[in-house]
Design a protein around this ligand. Structure first.
Ligand code: PEP
Length: 248
């Protein structure tokens, strides 16, 4: 299995000055980090991050991509545009996009396809809401979300990354227990194995209030291949501590 993959999601946070200082602090503390790592920054800061991360062990990521290739889609950013900035990873189907922008499973699947078509690795986010968990629907929901992406991407499916992010744990301070995370990751792994002979190439990340205190126990689970980290990726010491936990 490849090394763990730790991805920060800055969401809509940052400024030129704040980014410069955060990246400088992170980059100066990377000694001893040997996991894979990336930061998904807001689009206006791709140029800045591309230049500050150049030659470092931190890859550049975006937070979304248009489901269209090009054209009259005001405000959208295409996969080819992201590629121009050496973007390596792109989140697709983050629950905040599904919730506030009405992204359906079908749209998320096309977004993954757009990213793959230009050589960007889509990080496909799946996860159930609290009411769905309480109704015993967790497995059905994440399988439905991933099935749409498998269906649209066929033989390329081994090139994606999956992030299991229970919606009730994102930004709430509530975290899935390591056992809850492992249970869902195992379901997703089995689904990928049924879709491709190369399922072991797919990293399955956990996201949802992962922090410096809980990262090690989550990352110790056999099917947790890394983390997708929101709030705690905005604090250099916390993010570095998680990168080090993933490097053991
Ligand atoms: C996220 O934004 O994907 C996320 C997991 O956020 P947080 O770590 O803040 O819960």
């Amino acid at each position: 299995m490849a090394s763990k993959l730790m991805v920060g999601n800055w969401k809509m946070h940052g400024s030129l000055a704040a980014n410069a200082s955060l990246l400088s602090e992170i980059l100066s503390g990377m000694g001893g980090v040997n996991c894979r790592a990336a930061l998904c920054v807001p689009s206006p800061y791709l140029t800045q991050a591309q230049s500050l991360l150049a030659g470092s062990a931190l890859a550049l990521g975006a937070q979304d991509v248009s489901d269209h290739e090009s054209g009259a889609y005001t405000g959208e950013v295409s996969a080819a545009m992201l590629r121009d900035f050496a973007v390596r990873y792109c989140l697709v189907g983050h629950s905040e996009r599904r919730q506030y922008h009405g992204e359906t499973d079908a749209v998320v699947a096309i977004k993954a396809q757009r990213a793959l078509s230009v050589g960007i690795t889509p990080i496909v986010c799946v996860g159930e809401r609290l009411a769905e968990r309480e109704a015993g629907l967790t497995e059905a929901v994440v399988k439905r979300q991933l099935a749409a992406v498998i269906h649209a991407n066929g033989h390329c499916i081994s090139e994606i990354v999956v992030a299991y992010e229970p919606v009730w744990a994102i930004g709430t301070g509530l975290t899935a227990t390591p056992e809850q995370a492992q249970g869902v990751h195992a379901v997703l792994r089995t689904q990928l194995q049924a879709a491709t002979a190369q399922a072991e190439r797919v990293s399955i990340l956990y996201g949802g209030s992962m922090n410096a205190a809980n990262a090690s126990s989550l990352l110790a689970q056999p099917d947790v291949d890394g983390g997708l980290i929101g709030g705690a990726s905005l604090k250099a010491t916390d993010f570095l501590s998680m990168l080090k936990a993933a490097s053991r």
